[in-house]
Design a protein. Structure first.
Length: 51
């Protein structure tokens, strides 16, 4: 059970890190990966535990 909790916490932490990195991309970079600024805003508004 502790191992599962630790794995889930690590995944949540990684998602949070990825969301922060997305918010630092320029609009042009976002277009290159098929995202809009609005997509990123929605993703970054999610709580860190929402994976």
């Amino acid at each position: 059970m502790l191992q599962r909790f630790t794995a889930r916490l690590a995944l949540a932490s990684e998602r949070y890190r990825q969301r922060c990195m997305l918010s630092e991309l320029t609009d042009e970079q976002l277009r290159d990966v098929g995202l809009s600024r609005r997509d990123v805003q929605r993703e970054c508004a999610k709580p860190f535990w929402d994976i």
